[in-house]
Design a protein around this ligand. Structure first.
Ligand code: CA
Length: 229
């Protein structure tokens, strides 16, 4: 579900916008203050920002400018004043769209939809094609390099991530520790190197809440290596 941030100090307008966007299936947060709005727009995980210009604290022009230094998120600016709109154009703030108040909420929803679709197309290669592996309660996003276990995101180190992903991509295939060391550490194992694999597997299992006796994901094939179920 796309998340939208509305930065608007007029409560009735903000609520009207929110209600229409919510009915259209969006997740919406409202912020009535410019400073907080800037902070949320920068730190929050929003897919689009509807930005009023005259705000207590940082104004919409400044928010848009600062936001553009860091993010590509679509911004629709709104103002009651026609000359603000000219200013947005003139300043080249990088806003994607602008609307003059009063506007119909339906018009806002239509533009939000259009900009989200456009943004999805632009970033689509990354956003929609995330390479995801799902096995039982395990979900691995190879693009974002994130792992969830039973819906909870778990922190994995780079090597743990690579090792688990490699095994998950090759189910029912037994790999020796030396094989895995070569694959993941990208060099031939010498001496105790294979013990590194054992240690990593142990940590991965802990995070997956997987056990050797009753394994859900990684089976130990005694004397040979490991196999992903
Ligand atoms: Ca205002």
């Amino acid at each position: 579900m796309s998340k939208i941030l509305i930065v608007e100090d007029e409560e009735s307008i903000a609520e009207l916008e929110r209600d229409y966007l919510k009915i259209s299936g969006y997740d919406v947060d409202i912020c009535a203050n410019g400073d907080e709005g800037l902070y949320k727009a920068l730190k929050g995980d929003y897919d689009l920002v509807v930005l009023d210009i005259m705000l207590p604290g940082t104004d919409g022009f400044e928010i848009c400018r600062r936001l553009r230094e860091e993010k590509e998120v679509p911004v629709i600016m709104v103002s009651a004043r026609k000359d603000d709109i000219d200013k947005i154009r003139g300043l080249g703030l990088g806003a994607d769209d602008y609307m003059t108040k009063p506007f119909s909420p339906g018009e806002l929803v239509a533009r939000v939809k259009a900009h989200l679709a456009r943004y999805d197309r632009l970033t689509g290669a990354g956003k929609q094609a995330n390479d995801i592996i799902e096995v039982g309660g395990l979900k691995i996003d190879r693009t974002a390099r994130k792992i969830w276990v039973d819906g909870v995101e778990k922190p994995f180190t780079a090597k743990e991530f690579d090792l688990l992903t490699f095994l998950a991509m090759h189910p029912n295939h037994v790999y020796s520790k030396a094989d895995l060391f070569r694959e993941i550490w990208d060099m031939e194992s010498v001496g105790d190197d294979v013990a590194t694999v054992t240690v990593h597997i142990k940590k991965i299992r802990e995070k997956l809440d997987d056990t050797t006796s009753d394994s859900k994901y990684i089976e130990t094939i005694w004397g040979v290596g490991y196999r992903f179920k």
